[in-house]
Design a protein around this ligand. Structure first.
Ligand code: BTN
Length: 285
């Protein structure tokens, strides 16, 4: 059992994430206007999906201090102890052009990078599709994962209306020893990277603001702006990669860029161009 890690982070550094505190920082029009904050849930994605089925509107947000069954990509779990991270889910109504839905996880990655780089001086990149990494240029070591995104597509009513739940886990005040041992070399937090604790409400407000900006842009202008922003942040493009895929063996090749739906284009050694839509990427060189 991972111990709680909040003992040294009492106010004024990081008081608990109350509704009022978040609202005091929030400058959005729609995202987070309906907001619920919980001490403990199984998964914020599950809670928000239920609220969506009960009629919660576009932009509804669920935040929790801890999750007992936080979910990650590819059936993994997301370590979610109490005391200082962000676990949040955002409901986005499906736009008319639902063939652009595959961009939502990439949109969320761009939003996290923008929010965190507005508030800190960290250098962040994205590993396809949506792992947000801190690059440790000049400090040795490989890039470490700061945040992850899990997007669930849901049906909200009997007429078949669709929406997406965008779940974001961002490690804020988690010290190294609070991560399970097998994650310590690959995961990080703002505390670890900057050497000091961070207030979560301004980070959450900045994140929701960036999601709103990108969501507006996506609905008004399509995906080209998001694609360009994502490509400029994506450390995978141009790299030799290995991709572990469920149900088949790994693939190796050169990541050449993105397809029109955000899939990763990979050129194998035999010269075949593949479009990868799901899998775990390892950057080789
Ligand atoms: C990943 O595997 O990288 C995705 C992790 C996503 C974790 C977040 S925490 C808030 C939301 N609720 C969940 O159960 N998962 C997502």
């Amino acid at each position: 059992m991972t111990p709680p890690f909040d003992s040294s982070l009492s106010p004024p550094f990081d008081s608990s994430l109350s509704l009022d505190l978040i609202r005091a920082h929030l400058k959005t029009r729609a995202i987070g206007v309906v907001l619920s904050v919980h001490d403990e849930v199984d998964s914020t994605n599950r809670v928000l999906a239920d609220l969506a089925r009960a009629g919660a509107p576009h932009g509804a947000v669920v935040v929790a201090e801890s999750q007992t069954a936080g979910r990650g990509r590819l059936g993994r779990s997301w370590v979610s102890p109490p005391g200082g991270n962000l676990y949040t889910s955002i409901l986005l109504a499906t736009p008319p052009a639902s063939n652009t839905l595959t961009w939502i996880p990439l949109l969320a990655a761009v939003a996290i990078v923008r929010a965190v780089t507005t508030l800190t001086s960290l250098s962040l990149t994205v590993k396809w599709p949506n792992d947000v990494l801190v690059t440790r240029d000049g400090r040795g070591g490989t890039a470490r994962k700061l945040a992850g995104i899990l997007v669930d597509a849901i049906t909200t009513d009997q007429s078949g209306s669709k929406a997406v739940v965008v779940g974001i886990g961002l490690n804020v005040n988690m010290p190294s020893e609070a991560f399970p041992e097998d994650l310590r070399a690959s995961a990080t937090s703002l505390l670890i990277e900057t050497g000091r604790p961070w207030e979560r409400a301004p980070i959450l407000a900045a994140l929701l603001g960036e999601v709103e900006r990108l969501d507006d842009q996506w609905r008004d202008q399509g995906t080209s702006g998001i694609a360009a922003a994502y490509e400029s942040l994506c450390a995978t493009i141009g790299k030799q990669v290995r991709i572990e895929m469920a149900g088949s063996g790994p693939i190796e090749g050169q990541a050449e860029g993105l397809a029109s739906d955000g899939a990763l284009r990979v050129r194998t050694e035999e010269g075949k161009l593949l479009e990868i839509r799901s899998g775990d990427v390892v950057h080789l060189r």
